[in-house]
Write a protein that binds this ligand. Structure first.
Ligand code: GDP
Length: 174
């Protein structure tokens, strides 16, 4: 409907991080408010749109998800082009995905230097399997000038909070 098309801003966000950390699940939860196991990875780019209100402004976000390309470390420059924000995801139960964060920070800075970056420690529902502490992640984020939040893709509240935090940060610059 016409009314659905009204918005104050349109922002492109990219979602990056190692394979399996929960990128597609987070985008799905934010855009469709559901969580499904066994999401099929496809080759290419997944593209989702979600309109939310942040700070009294209607923001239409275009979410780009790598959909598996990151396994080959070949995410294309065009993926990043024009992105104003990046959701950088690691898995709090998988330390390697945390140790790989500098690779992703370099990528984002190379291809979209001005993008705001939100670091997201995902899968916090798996408390017993946790390998990266909140303190370690928070310290890493501070040292790299990133915002930090934690999420579970199963929990709509934490996911909405994360995306809206980044959108609000992007919007505050406009
Ligand atoms: P991607 O490769 O980064 O896009 O990761 P996916 O979204 O495909 O998720 C990889 C696997 O982790 C899937 O089996 C998901 O169901 C699972 N997963 C993703 N996020 C969470 C989460 O927050 N908690 C739990 N328990 N599992 C998750």
């Amino acid at each position: 409907a016409f009314e659905d098309e009204r918005y104050d801003y349109i922002f492109k966000l990219v979602v990056v991080g190692d394979s399996g950390v929960g990128k597609s699940s987070l985008v799905n939860q934010f855009c469709h408010e559901s969580f499904t196991f066994d999401l099929k990875s496809t080759i290419g780019v997944e593209f989702n749109v979600k309109t939310v209100e942040v700070n009294g402004k209607i923001i239409k976000s275009q979410l780009w998800d790598t959909a598996g390309q990151e396994r080959y470390r070949s995410v294309a420059a065009s993926y990043y082009r024009g992105a104003l924000g990046a959701v950088l995801v690691f898995d709090v139960t998988y330390t390697k995905s945390f140790l790989n964060l500098p690779f992703w920070i370099d990528e984002v800075k190379r291809y979209c230097a001005d993008a705001k970056i939100l670091l997201v420690g995902n899968k916090t529902d798996l408390k017993d399997l946790r390998g990266v502490t909140h303190a370690d992640a928070f310290e890493f984020a501070a040292a790299n000038n990133l915002m930090y939040v934690e999420s579970s893709a199963k929990d709509n509240g934490s996911v909405g909070y994360a995306f809206k935090k980044l959108l609000g940060e992007v919007q505050s610059d406009r």
